[in-house]
Design a protein around this ligand. Structure first.
Ligand SMILES: *Cc1c(COP(=O)(O)O)cnc(C)c1O
Length: 384
């Protein structure tokens, strides 16, 4: 059996090696390292793939989130609602900009932000909602858009984990993740579904004026060379990273398809296990369907119900199976983000999930033999 890896970027590289080496050679020879043609071409290709009017490449996903909030003109004192159960980048940029983060609980079946908790947290100071499409499927965008409209709030999608996913609305309409709210941020960190070989990120929007503002902010607030109209940042995607992304983008659907295939095999093996809850796919699809990209499985995350999660992590590691706990501590309990306004009773789901979740190896190169080995190891340990 091949060595099992959490993410297998070497295996994936084999399939694009020639193309990437060739593009790298061209970039090196042209010396157009910053804002070169590779970046512009990638931008256009991603706009086309997503069906969105504007893609603004930048240096990483965290910058992308920050620049979205700067572009929308959010000001210190404005409250921004986001999920308690996610990676810290989302809440970090809210705090960095002097905005007030308002963390709320998630839904236990999807791990995504709970619209009921959002509604409860809205005050006259609330200016934006940041749904994180966690682990590869969209948050409940039907209700989130309704709330945003009713209370005149911006919706900033954190799409770092769900690029290529399709959201199906209650009325049957379909839209790609990251093209639904006012603006979206994504990350091309190497292990993301569309990852480069270093840091990278992008912002998506259909709003022409906002896109113009954002393009200035990523480039020191310059709209005309050496004229600085607003306070900006330096946040660029470089040409070598764009070349990698151009090789991978045409394969993104195939890559996500392989992830879904692995997820289907996992979920089939774990069906009927009393102490194991497999990830639930919603968005108008029952189970993990073959025909649409409802869930792109950035992570395949189980819940282990009989308090054996930590021992299972140890058991897997001892048997050569890497795994991850995303995320072990709720953001509202992190030192940097504690706030006396928070009431533990409002975070009952997150507080439970942090002790139950375990993410299994998930990438484009998993084979049946590896999945069988992993699932048997888990089932024998959890339900001996
Ligand atoms: C990865 C990630 C980010 C940050 O992206 P970077 O490119 O690492 O800065 C933000 N939000 C979520 C949900 C992520 O998974």
């Amino acid at each position: 059996m091949k060595k099992i890896q959490m993410v297998d970027l070497q295996g994936q590289f084999e399939g694009i090696k020639e193309q990437v080496n060739h593009s790298f050679g061209s970039v090196l020879e042209s010396a157009a390292f910053i804002n070169g043609p590779e970046v512009r071409e990638f931008q256009k290709e991603l706009e086309e793939y997503l069906g969105v009017k504007h893609v603004i490449p930048c240096a990483n996903g965290t910058d992308a989130l920050q620049i979205c909030m700067m572009g929308l003109g959010l000001k210190p004192g404005d409250e921004v609602i986001t999920a308690d159960f996610t990676f810290a980048a989302t809440v970090e940029v809210i705090a960095l900009l002097g905005l007030t983060p308002v963390l709320v609980d998630v839904e236990e079946n999807t791990f995504n932000i709970d619209p009921k908790a959002i509604e409860k947290a809205i005050t006259p100071k609330t200016k934006a909602i940041v749904p994180v499409h966690l682990f590869g499927q969209c948050a409940n965008m039907d209700v989130i858009l309704e709330l945003a409209e009713k209370h005149e709030l911006f919706v900033i999608e954190d799409n770092a984990q769900a690029i290529g996913a399709t959201h199906t609305f209650a009325n049957g309409n379909k839209q790609k993740a990251g093209t639904i709210g006012d603006v979206a941020a994504t990350s091309f960190f190497p292990s993301k579904n569309l990852g480069c070989y270093g840091d990278g990120g992008a912002i998506f929007t259909n709003d022409d004026d906002l896109a113009h503002t954002l393009r200035g902010i990523v480039n020191h607030g310059m709209y005309k060379r050496y004229h600085h109209d607003v306070v900006g940042v330096n946040s660029r995607l470089d040409s070598l990273q764009a070349a990698v992304l151009r090789a991978k983008l045409p394969r993104l659907d195939e890559y996500n398809g392989k992830r879904r295939e692995a997820a289907r095999s996992y979920s089939k093996a774990f069906a009927d296990q009393p102490n194991i809850v497999v990830p639930e796919t919603v968005n108008g699809c029952d189970g993990i369907c073959d025909t649409c990209d409802c869930h792109v499985f950035h992570q395949y995350t189980l819940r282990i119900l009989n308090e054996k999660r930590d021992k299972l992590v140890q058991h897997l590691n001892e048997n050569g199976v890497p795994c991850g706990v995303y995320y072990p501590i709720p953001l509202h309990r992190q030192k940097a983000y504690r706030d006396s306004r928070y009431d533990e009773a409002d975070f009952s789901i997150t507080n439970r999930l942090v002790n139950e979740v375990i993410s299994l190896p998930m990438h484009t190169e998993l084979d049946d033999e590896q999945i069988e080995f992993i699932t048997k190891l888990i089932i024998d340990f959890v339900n001996p």
